[in-house]
Structures are given as structure tokens and as C-alpha cells.
Design a protein around this ligand. Sequence first.
Ligand SMILES: *Cc1c(COP(=O)(O)O)cnc(C)c1O
Length: 433
Amino acid sequence: MSYKILHEPFLSIFLGNQTNLEAIYLAMLSLPFMDTKSLIKESEKYIMHTYSRNPVVLIKGRGTRVFSPEGKEYIDFVGGVAVNILGHCHRRVVIALQKQSQRLIHVSNLYHIEPQIMLAKILVEHSFADKVFFCNSGAEANEAAIKLARKYTKDMIGADKYEIITSYGSFHGRTMATITATGQEKFQKGFAPLLPGFKYVPFGDINALKNAVSPKTCAVLLEPIQGEGGVNIPPPDYLKHVREICDKNNLLLILDEVQTGIGRTGKLFAYEHFGITPDIMTIAKGLGAGVPIGAMLATEKVANSFVPGSHASTFGGNPLVCSAAIATVETILEDGILLDYCSRIGEYFLSKLKELKNEFNSEIADVRGLGLLLGMQMNIDCSYIVRECLERGFLINYTANNVIRFAPPVIVEEKEIDLLLNNLKEIIEQYDE
Ligand SMILES: *Cc1c(COP(=O)(O)O)cnc(C)c1O
């Protein structure tokens, strides 16, 4: 790989009189990148094989579009798996990162950090929560939530109450505690012994939850809508009943909104759809619109169990990522325009998926979702559909073996959805033949 190629255009700009950012930016966009084939070869050689990647390299993006080194354009319906909530390189996020990177990139949490304080304030003012802890990912946010739930219960009630009930089909991350919390064997295989103190119940089954509560139970951990599990929406009133069970038994309710949070479902947080509030909530994916940031939020009473020394993260809530997250959340919240738009465009998308299902009743088992977190459960091979979509310039992915999941940026337009649906129709028709 030639690093020369990467650096020469930058050098020529720095050596000239013009050092303005826009010029550097433009030069970067026109850089000659290595070609897809060579990059994939190097990728296979140097990077651990923990992902089954599509044979695609992406080097730049704008809005809903991403581009390969050869200039092939894709419409992005994966959205970095529900991360790129504002699309690619949203102007306000780019500017926030540029400005902050010139002022201060990192200092330790040994000191107070202005963008972290501002972000926490925004999150608290727009949620049930009173306090925020910042980390770097969804898994870390859930780790923090599990630790806080156990510590709080220990402080308030006693040491032998530590069990956490989660659901089958859930996904909470890839650390040891969070694969244990995740109710899917495929993520746990090969890593035993898992963490003690977890119990699983079927998602949406209120009686199963009731029966699973024991004197050892300290918390219930759920996604309001299961994302990786296949975009599973609980029955109406399920979360209300979960809240009641928690209150009756003195249990904490932890909602994992890592995927559903920050506008994805048409509300800032998905719990707002269900008429309840949790005691602890975790967020990450959409929070920084692409920069790695996670957060664990809690009520004052619960948060008080974390004291100096209880928990920490070196990078957690650093100035750079928090400035991007402030720009993201402010943009999402602005006059509720994007939240309303997300609900409306999500309904449109779902109605189009329903039409498609009516046309292909034997190939499509179900379509469902809320806002722009949508799933299409297939009776036919999903990898075929993903491959064909790639060929035609659409990024989509599937989860839980047979559910195509759509999590595009909330700026996705009707005509882009129409384009995708026309192509899906042709692709499914061809499968018939
Ligand atoms: C993606 C996801 C996680 C894990 O987030 P990472 O940032 O990959 O650690 C946890 N919970 C849910 C619901 C998720 O969708």
C-alpha cells in the first residue's frame, strides 16, 4: 500500500499558502484510493475475520449515499446498523467535529469537560433521567447498567439479590457480561463460563416474566423493540405490565435503547411510545451519528449508588465525541421536524412493504417495525436478496437468519424508498423463476 498517494495532496496544500479546511476537504475527496480488489485482499490478510463482510469497500458518503473507490454509488438502508441517523457527513456534525478538534480533542475525566456537561444536560432535559454516565459503545453502556443495577440493589436491599432477567432473542453486546445478558446461544458459544446471575424469558410473554421473578431478582433488562433479534415489537401494554411487575417486586427496569434511541422510532426514545419510564436506560448507536459514544442514564435515586471509584472509562464522554453528539441530538430535536418526518416516512415505508407482502405472500412471512426501524421476515434466502440489492446499488442487511432490516438515515426520501421497493419486487420475482 502506498502511503505516498495518501499524503501528497495534503502536503501540496500545506506547502502552499492555502491551508483552509475546505481546500483540504476537497483534496481528500478526490484522492486516488486503492481499488476494491486490492483493498479486500489486504483486509483478508491483516484484519481478524470476525465479520462476514460484503465484497464492498466504502470510501466516502453524503446524505443517504455512499461510494466505492471506483465511484459506484449505493443508497444506504443499513445506516451503519442504525448509527448514521443523520446520514453520512451531516454538515452540522462535520462542523462540530472540525471546531472541537481544533479546540480540544481529549482530556481525562479527572477534569470537568464542557461538551460532556452540555450533552448530559440535553439528554436529561429530554428524558426520564436525572444523571448520565458516558462510555464508548452499546455494550459498555449495558455493562455500566448491569453494574449499577447490582450495586444499587446491594446498597438498598441486600447482597443476595443480584439476578437479572432478560429475554430470548435479545441483543445487548459482545463483552462477557453482555453476551451473558444476550438471550441467544449463538453469541455465547465457546466463551463459557458465562457470568452468573442471568435468567431468560420469552420476549412479550408477561406470565413468563411474572414466573421468573425470584427473591434473588434485582432487575429486568429489555429492548423496547428487539433489534438484532429481528425487529420484534412486543404486544400492546407488555412494557406497561413489565413496569408494574418491577414496581410490585422492587426491581429495576433497564431499557436497552442502544438501537431504538435518538429518534430511530419517531420519538427521541422508544419508551415514549409505551407510556412508561425505565429506571436505567442505555443508548449508543445513533447518539453520535457515527462517532463512537455510549451513555447510561438513570434516575437520581438509582444513580446515587455510583460514587467516585464505582465505574470509569478513559475515553468516555470525551470532548470530541460529545460535540458530535450535541450536534446530532440538537438536530434531531429541532422543532420536532425530523422526529415527525421519521414517523411519517417510516409509515410510508411500512405501507410499501405491506403492499409488497400482499404481492408476494409466500415469499414474505411478515413486515413490521416502528419509525425507521423496519423488518421484513422472509421465507426465501435473505443472502440472495442482499447480494442482488448490492448489485443494484442498495445497502441492506438481514438479521436473525431471515429478517431483512431497514434502518436508513432519517433523511431518507420517498423516492429512494420507491426505488428500493421497485428493485425488491424485481429481485423477488426473479427468485420465483
Ligand atoms: C448494537 C447493540 C448493542 C451493542 O452495541 P455495541 O456498540 O456494538 O457494543 C447493544 N444493545 C443493542 C440493543 C444493540 O442494538
